[in-house]
Design a protein around this ligand. Sequence first.
Ligand SMILES: O=C(O)CCC(=O)c1ccccc1C(=O)O
Ligand SMILES: [Mg+2]
Length: 317
Amino acid sequence: MIAVYSTALTLPFRGLTSRDGVLLRGPAGWGEFSPFWEYDDATCVPWLRAAVEAATQAFPDPLRDRVAVNVTVPAVDAATARGIVARSGCGTAKVKVAQAGQSLADDLDRVAAVRDALGPAGHLRVDANAAWSLDDAKRALPALDRAARGLQYAEQPVAAVADLARLRRAVGVPLAADESIRRAADPYEVKRLDAADVVVLKVQPLGGVRACLRLAHDIGIPVVVSSALESSVGIAAGVALAAALPGIGLASGLATVQLFATPVTSEPLLPTDGYLPIVRVTPDRIPPADPALTARWHERLGRVARLAGIDLAAVLQ
Ligand SMILES: O=C(O)CCC(=O)c1ccccc1C(=O)O
Ligand SMILES: [Mg+2]
């Protein structure tokens, strides 16, 4: 069984106002294949491996019965940011910064409002999605650290791993690597250059839950599991990873189903008091894509499966 979903987002996120992807069912349950449209077919191969893993294998045994998550704050105005955090019930917030068309002053206002809503005990992280130059980052991070009254870490402030390493030695703010892991030819460069305090692992781009567990073990740097803005089906795989990682001390970035205007299930994977449960998700109310988008996904799925040497007919149920 294959179903293509499409939903509006409740707020623009990283330039997106809608999200779509494929849900597929195999003998073990549902998996999600939802690479962003700008990715070429070769880049999509690990995304498909993750979907096939979820559909054909049980998730590894969990080490805990729930997973702490951060509320994700898009690059919205300060009042909206405050409301999102206050309503979330989460003790950790991740705030998008360095959005095109916005200024550092906008980021400082948003971060200060989020600290107000979180209270002094909350953890506050920012994510610049590689948008700053090294000089921009050296200027922005100390100011954001002050506005935040202490940043837990800054995620992917600059694009190059060598610059992450330089920045880490120049500022007192801990750094996390995201794009430097999931979009890198060599995710171990971060370890070799001692470029980050935290690595962000995402199940789909890194080829599945088991591939992420191996990477976490081999890289030996504290891990944050994060979403690729999936439906509840894909988020469930992220929760399974976070639940199976030994010694996870940091909240996961998996509370993004809020951003789906129409969830794929009547029991969407949304946090209660800052935690997600460990569940298998059955999509029982998939918002359908229009015929043209459905056809594009079927074609893409076919091309990527051929490239990966995966026989989808043998996987699906
Ligand atoms: O980590 C989170 O809180 C939410 C996930 C998130 O930010 C994200 C979602 C889709 C694509 C990229 C990213 C990112 O971390 O950069
Ligand atoms: Mg990120």
